[in-house]
Design a protein around this ligand. Structure first.
Ligand SMILES: *[C@@H]1O[C@H](CO)[C@@H](O)[C@H](O)[C@H]1NC(C)=O
Ligand SMILES: *[C@@H]1O[C@H](CO)[C@@H](O)[C@H](O)[C@H]1NC(C)=O
Ligand SMILES: *[C@@H]1O[C@H](CO)[C@@H](O)[C@H](O)[C@H]1NC(C)=O
Ligand SMILES: *[C@@H]1O[C@H](CO)[C@@H](O)[C@H](O)[C@H]1NC(C)=O
Length: 174
């Protein structure tokens, strides 16, 4: 596959993820106003398939309190662009997402790790392994208070581990 083709594949998978995120927000609003229209149900069927969710009852409204739908969380909202020949750096636009899981391993991302990653405070899992990030680890990562896994191995990072990482009280893997 050419880098262009895999870039566009990566882009579409990212857009799909974004669509999922927006969709869940939209269904929350929609569910407050009654039952699900047929086309929403069909779309939810597809999403449930993609997420491997088998326990949703599509005849129940997901948000009326009677349904047994398990809420999508953590690993249901991934940003997995592993092994995609992505180069450059992580777009600043991602700052405004509510991503919880971001994995970009084995790409060709370079330059220092962007400080604005510290603004995606919803992140629980961040894996930048096997890229070409250089420079020091930004102290802004201390703002990722929900982070449980921070994996930076196999990059070109220099300097010391910032003392501020002590603020990541939920961190279990570094
Ligand atoms: C949810 O409800 C459906 C239909 O009532 C049922 O088939 C399914 O087993 C339930 N799932 C769980 C996890 O309880
Ligand atoms: C993080 O977000 C704040 C508030 O929107 C903004 O002022 C700041 O510049 C952002 N940080 C970076 C490094 O972009
Ligand atoms: C790491 O940096 C060195 C020196 O700048 C460079 O020669 C090397 O190619 C870089 N390695 C990676 C994996 O980016
Ligand atoms: C990071 O690598 C780029 C080349 O990819 C280089 O221009 C820059 O000086 C490096 N920065 C640091 C802090 O090593």
């Amino acid at each position: 596959m050419t880098p262009i083709a895999s870039m566009s594949r990566a882009f579409f998978s990212f857009m799909f993820t974004l669509t999922l995120l927006l969709f869940f927000k939209a269904t929350t609003v929609l569910a407050q106003s009654g039952s699900l229209p047929e086309e929403e149900k069909n779309a939810l069927h597809e999403i449930a398939d993609q997420l491997g969710k088998k326990d949703w009852d599509f005849n129940l409204n997901p948000c009326d309190g009677n349904s047994n739908w398990s809420t999508p969380k953590r690993y249901d909202m991934p940003c997995d662009l592993n092994r995609n020949f992505l180069s450059g750096t992580i777009p600043k636009e991602w700052e405004s997402t509510n991503l919880e899981y971001m994995s970009l391993i084995v790409n060709r991302l370079s330059k220092p790790i962007p400080k604005y990653l510290g603004n995606i405070t919803t992140l629980v899992y961040l894996n930048l392994e096997s890229n070409s990030f250089n420079g020091t680890i930004p102290t802004e990562l201390e703002k990722l208070v929900n982070l449980e896994n921070l994996i930076l191995s196999d990059n070109n990072l220099t300097g010391e581990l910032p003392i501020e990482l002590n603020n990541l009280k939920k961190l279990t893997e570094l």
